[in-house]
Design a protein around this ligand. Structure first.
Ligand SMILES: [Zn+2]
Length: 480
């Protein structure tokens, strides 16, 4: 234990999080009394938990369906939206654990459809659920059921009630309730998969900040999309650069970051390819999209990726890149993943003015991610999704990160979900992990108790506020 009194420890919390002082002082007094127990260990954990519970996260990564889509699907089933029953908690990520445990794709689709009675769905899923209920994904489903629906477990006795409560919760405004009131998030950053580049029509940008999605501008180029958005035909590299500029000029002021997940389709070794070399490649591509060899396609992608990184830096938008583990199942080329961090080095070195956010801790190569954040001033590591991929590895990662790299370089939460409900469970698991990491660092003597309040505030929300242009993007939404 540090030399700081319990009163001072919790007193500092109020200053760090801006919570009013009176309630803090009262709680601090209680804690000061508790300090005189023989075993201070559990008490420390309680105090850290209290601190972490009341500190809001900035959620730096989601793919939430538009709320209006969820509400509309209640009365008119939408094949893109799973049924509003317990299977909503099994639809994203859990689908992988279920199928890796032996469930067929056809049975999984029945599980989330509107065509099967809830009781039959339970019959279908129970054997596979029992095989994988130990994982972070399923823990997240149960934590969601506990916090959002008041059910201690998700099992044969509760699936029916959970289904009813889940459906009853879907109504206008439920995103705000779940994300702000229940999960205690300040705001979320969303990579909207319904919009090819930018969700221009987000009705609540204060809650749901929007990424500018660069995939169709670069690594999965769609000139048709760009021509439609800009109203101009694109025949030359100059036209293409003009269309990309248009996207950054039009959407950039309201965007919170740029986002690219090309790591699902290729290594992250972006070679430098000049305008002079890229122009003839693009001219051939424009005439016939299938005319380029794999190597030529890669060269064109590499050129456009660097172009988008330059534009991101110019607009002060952090560059978010998927690194590490793949969503889905039966397809991950681990040899690419293990090179993600080293492949990025030349690009990190070249674009000194761009800020890179490497997502998902590059799991399972999180040691390399820590090395990059420690070495490169323009690298941040985002723990989004990682807490449910492997909660234990995420605790280890956070402890090791905080013993190695500047604390300003880590972002500690993003749900990375399509459905909004499990963001609640994911945030609870992340809070449990942050609590464990900070408590253990103090207990093991690596971190002073006195430093904990500012550190917790920084890693849960402060770093995100320093890095991302939330206030200015919101001003620009209000002007638009
Ligand atoms: Zn994602």
């Amino acid at each position: 234990m540090g030399k700081v009194s319990r009163r001072k420890f919790l007193g500092a919390v109020g200053a760090a999080t801006g919570v009013a002082g009176a309630a803090q002082a009262e709680r601090g007094g209680k804690k000061a009394a508790r300090k005189n127990t023989a075993n201070p260990g559990p008490e420390l954990r309680d105090d850290v938990r209290e601190l972490v519970e009341k500190t809001p996260f900035v959620d730096t990564h989601e793919h939430l369906w538009p709320e209006a889509m969820r509400v509309a699907a209640l009365s008119k089933p939408d094949p893109k939206i799973p049924a509003a029953d317990f299977s909503m908690l099994f639809c994203h990520y859990v689908d992988s654990d279920l199928q890796v445990s032996g469930m067929s794709g056809a049975d999984y689709r029945k599980l989330t459809s509107n065509d099967l009675a809830v009781a039959d769905k339970w019959q279908l899923v129970e054997p596979y659920y029992n095989k994988c209920r130990n994982t972070g994904y399923l823990l997240c489903a149960r934590e969601t059921a506990r916090i959002l629906f008041g059910e201690d477990d998700l099992n044969k006795d509760t699936y029916q009630r959970i289904s009813e409560k889940l459906a009853a919760g879907v109504k206008p405004g439920f995103y705000r309730h779940i994300l702000r009131d229940v999960a205690n998030l300040e705001y979320c950053q969303v990579n909207a998969l319904e919009s090819p580049v930018f969700n221009n029509d987000e009705p609540d940008p204060e809650l749901l900040a929007q990424d500018l999605w660069t995939v169709s501008l670069s690594t999965a180029l769609s000139t048709d999309t760009l021509a439609r958005l800009t109203g101009k035909s694109i025949g030359t590299l100059e036209d293409l650069h003009g269309a990309i500029d248009w996207c950054f000029n039009t959407y950039g002021p309201r965007a919170i970051a740029t986002k690219n997940q090309c790591a699902y389709g290729r290594p992250l070794d972006f070679a430098e390819v000049s305008d002079a070399d890229a122009a003839p490649l693009f001219a051939r591509y424009a005439a016939d999209k299938k005319s380029l060899s794999d190597a030529e396609n890669k060269a064109l992608q590499d050129h456009l990726m660097h172009y988008c990184i330059d534009k991101s830096a110019e607009k002060h938008l952090p560059v978010k890149l998927h690194t590490g583990y793949f969503a889905g199942h039966n397809g991950m080329p681990l040899e690419w993943l293990r090179r993600n961090a080293s492949d990025m080095c030349p690009t990190l070195k070249k674009h000194k003015n761009a800020n890179f956010v490497l997502m998902h801790i590059d799991y399972p190569y999180q040691d390399e991610a820590i090395a990059l954040a420690k070495h490169y001033s323009n690298v941040w590591i985002d723990m989004c999704w990682a807490w449910i991929i492997n909660p234990a590895a995420s605790v280890r990662f956070l402890k090791e990160f905080l013993m190695a790299a500047p604390a300003s370089k880590v972002l500690t939460f993003g749900g990375d979900y399509r459905p909004v409900e499990p963001v609640v469970g994911h945030a609870a698991i992340a809070r449990r992990g942050v609590t464990q990491a900070i408590t253990e660092l103090i207990e093991e003597g690596w971190l002073s108790e006195n430093d904990a309040p500012d550190l917790v505030d920084r890693i849960m929300r402060g770093n995100a506020h320093e890095l991302f242009p939330y206030d200015s993007s919101l001003k620009n939404w209000r002007r638009a």
